[in-house]
Design a protein around this ligand. Structure first.
Ligand code: KIV
Length: 264
C-alpha cells in the first residue's frame, strides 16, 4: 500500500489519471473509502449541513473540524487527507497559522481555504510555515450570503476571466491543489489547462483532473437536498462498498460526471 501524497496527485495530473475524492467525517467511513482506494478524503465543513442539519456551513468551528479530522485520520491509511478551514478561521494570516496548526496536529496533510486574491498573503504565509494549502474557487459555500444563495458562479465572461486570474494567482502564492465548485464546464476546463496543479471539480464538468462529492450525496442520504451535480451511487448498486467502488471507477473512466450533472 503506497500512501497518496501531493507528489502522487501531481503525477496523476501529469499522467492524466483522474483523481477520485470524497468527503468523510468519521473513522469507519474513512476506512471503508480507503479500502476501496479513494485517492483523497476531505473533512469538509459541509459537516455543518450533512451531520448537523444546518442550512449552511457557517456554524462549523475549528474544534469540530479538528475532532472529525482526528477521526478520519484514524481510519485512513492510504488516502490523502485534507481538512477544511471553517468560516472566519483564516480571516487574517496570523489567525490562519494557529487554526491550520490545530488541523494539521489533528491529522490533516493539507488545509483548504475558500476565496481568491484576498488570500494570497495567508496562503504564502502558511506555505512558508510548512502547511500545504488547497484553494477553493467558484461557488465557495462560506460566501453563500454574499452570493444570495448556492448559485453557479462564472457564467458571465468577466466573472470567468476573474476566476481564471484568481486560480493562477493562488497557484503562484503556493497552493498545491484547487477545488472548483459549480462553475460552467468550459470554464473549469480552461482553468484546469491553465494551471500546473491538480484541479478537483464538483459540479464543474468532466475535464477537471478529478472529482469530489459529499459522501451523503453520493450515497443519496443527505437530509435536505440532492444537488443536480451529484449522483446516488447507492441506489444504483444497493451496497455501500460497491457504490464507492463504482463512483471511483466512473471518475477514473470519465463516466462521471455526465452532462446531466454539469452546468453550461
Ligand atoms: O465542505 C465540503 O464538503 C467541500 C466540498 C463540497 C468540496 O468543500
Amino acid at each position: 500500500m503506497k500512501k497518496i501524497t501531493v507528489s502522487t496527485l501531481l503525477k496523476m495530473k501529469a499522467e492524466q489519471e483522474k483523481i477520485a475524492a470524497i468527503t468523510a467525517y468519521d473513522a469507519s467511513f474513512a476506512k471503508l473509502f480507503d479500502e476501496q482506494n479513494i485517492d483523497v478524503i476531505l473533512i469538509g465543513d459541509s459537516l455543518g449541513m450533512v451531520l448537523k442539519g444546518e442550512e449552511d456551513t457557517l456554524g462549523v468551528s475549528v474544534d469540530e473540524l479538528a475532532y472529525h479530522t482526528k477521526s478520519v485520520r484514524n481510519g485512513a491509511q492510504r488516502a490523502f487527507v485534507i481538512a477544511d478551514m471553517p468560516f472566519m478561521s483564516y480571516a487574517s494570516p496570523e489567525q490562519s497559522y494557529q487554526n491550520a496548526a490545530t488541523l494539521m496536529r489533528a491529522g490533516a496533510s493539507m488545509v483548504k481555504v475558500e476565496g481568491g486574491e484576498w488570500l494570497l498573503d495567508t496562503i504564502s504565509g502558511l506555505v512558508e510555515r510548512s502547511v500545504p494549502v488547497c484553494g477553493h474557487l467558484g461557488l465557495t459555500p462560506q460566501s453563500v450570503n454574499v452570493f444570495g444563495g448556492f448559485k453557479v458562479q462564472g457564467r458571465e465572461q468577466s466573472q470567468a476571466d476573474a476566476l481564471l486570474e484568481s486560480a493562477i494567482a493562488l497557484e503562484k502564492a503556493g497552493i498545491q491543489l484547487l477545488v472548483l465548485e459549480c462553475v460552467p464546464a468550459a470554464l473549469a476546463k480552461r482553468v484546469t489547462q491553465s494551471v500546473s496543479i491538480p484541479v478537483i471539480g464538483i459540479g464543474a464538468g468532466v475535464d477537471t483532473d478529478g472529482q469530489i462529492l459529499v459522501m451523503h450525496d453520493m450515497l443519496g442520504i443527505s437530509a435536505n437536498y440532492m444537488p443536480k451535480f451529484s449522483k446516488d451511487f447507492l441506489a444504483q448498486t444497493g451496497d455501500i462498498r460497491q457504490a464507492v467502488a463504482t463512483y471511483i471507477e466512473d471518475v477514473k473512466a470519465r463516466n462521471f460526471p455526465t452532462e446531466a450533472h454539469w452546468f453550461n
